[in-house]
Design a protein around this ligand. Structure first.
Ligand code: ZN
Length: 393
């Protein structure tokens, strides 16, 4: 008995039924055709707190009730909302936060929230709410502990989550080695050449089936096995399957860290080693290390960080680059320099006013090497401070 008495759980999603599939020549099983981005009855195998009678209900509520019925003396409060729907006062009431989030945006948000709580009440040790974060991707996973404002935070570690590198087109076009390469070939090359339908709809079973058959034929040609309908659907939609056993391992690690933090019964991840990587891809491998805090972290650091910029690019190109820069990953950035607004995404009036700047180059805008700029994004409750470091293209 771990004696956690009061737990709040936040999740917005509901359990859904699969969408019935139209029949086709391949007859994939019904559940195989349900969109992968919704939780459906076929996921009940790995969502072990849920039963088929729960389909249509809020996941947080069902999970809370299940655990509360099973563990005597615990009170679990369910919130069918987004984590962003709660403010500082809400998060301040807890001792620690455990995250099993599905996006890096949500992780960055809760991280920024907990760091700001810690910084606002600097002298108060109770304002440090340890953040335990778990995540999985197929056979891989990680669990890490962040002591907000004290140790390396999620924003410091953002480069650990850089967007996945794409498979080079030449591999796809010439020598595929993996089933995914054959699927990408069908997706980017065969589809373009043959145009079997006017435009590709990744939710349309007929279209996915066409890609699947093309990929399968190519895989057979190169002696590659493993091309399936669901892998085709997952690959073209860039979805990595959730694996119940990986989730269980990472969830257990997160629970153990929470227990160790609450009880001091054994050294927890945190001050020294703070990041545990797990890989089940090739046998089993784990590695635990200390990720260092960054002085120029926009969330927990105090310094502006350098932003490499070719002064001949336009502001539009700079704005677009924020979504792919591993250190920023901002989708809707607004940018201002000292005393002037360069580009604002919102409100519409200001967007229109600043839009002409997008076509101007950094030089034309009169911005200089070493220029301090502030970047904001509606997804994050903070400002990113950068200074330009000019480079030639
Ligand atoms: Zn940080």
């Amino acid at each position: 008995m771990s004696k956690f008495k009061n737990i709040h759980v936040i999740d917005m999603g509901t359990l859904r039924l699969p969408i019935p599939s139209p029949s086709n020549s391949l007859n994939p099983p019904l559940t195989d055709l349900a969109p992968l981005d919704t939780i459906d009855i076929s996921n009940l195998n790995r969502q072990f707190l849920f039963r088929s009678s729960d389909v249509g209900k809020f996941k947080a509520e069902v999970a809370a009730r299940f655990v509360q019925n099973r563990v005597k003396g615990v009170t679990i409060t369910a919130h069918n909302k987004r984590i962003q729907d709660f403010d500082e006062t809400f998060y301040k009431q807890f001792q620690l936060v455990i995250c099993g989030l599905d996006s890096i945006e949500a992780r960055r948000w809760i991280n920024a929230m907990l760091v700001s709580i810690a910084e606002e009440y600097e002298a108060d040790p109770d304002s440090i709410k340890p953040l335990i974060d778990g995540g999985t991707e197929g056979f891989k996973g990680q669990s890490r502990v962040i002591l907000p404002s004290i140790t390396s935070c999620i924003e410091c570690q953002l480069d650990m989550h850089a967007p996945r590198a794409a498979v080079p087109l030449c591999t796809i076009a010439t020598i595929p080695r993996q089933p995914e390469h054959c699927i990408e070939w069908a997706h980017v090359i065969a589809w373009e050449e043959e145009k079997p339908f006017p435009s590709l709809d990744k939710d349309e079973p007929e279209h996915v089936t066409w890609l699947y058959q093309k990929a399968l034929a190519r895989a057979q040609e190169f002696g590659i096995s493993g091309v399936t309908y669901s892998l085709t659907q997952g690959t073209i939609k860039n979805i990595i399957p959730a694996i119940a056993s990986t989730n269980a391992i990472i969830a257990a690690s997160c629970c153990n860290e929470a227990f160790k933090i609450a009880t001091n019964s054994a050294p927890c991840l945190g001050f020294e080693n703070n990041y545990m990587m797990y890989s089940g891809n090739d046998s089993i491998y784990t590695y635990t290390f200390k990720h260092e805090k960054k002085d120029d972290c926009p969330v927990c650091g105090r310094k502006a960080r350098p932003l490499e910029v070719d002064p001949k690019i336009t502001l539009q190109e700079l704005v677009d680059s924020f979504s792919v820069r591993p250190e920023a990953q901002l989708k809707k950035p607004s940018i201002r320099a000292e005393g002037r607004t360069l580009y604002m995404q919102f409100p519409p009036g200001l967007e229109e006013q600043t839009r002409p700047n997008l076509n101007k180059t950094i030089i034309e805008l009169g911005l200089i090497d070493g220029q301090q700029v502030v970047v904001t994004d509606p997804a994050f409750p903070l400002e990113f401070n950068f200074f330009f470091k000019f480079k030639e293209a």
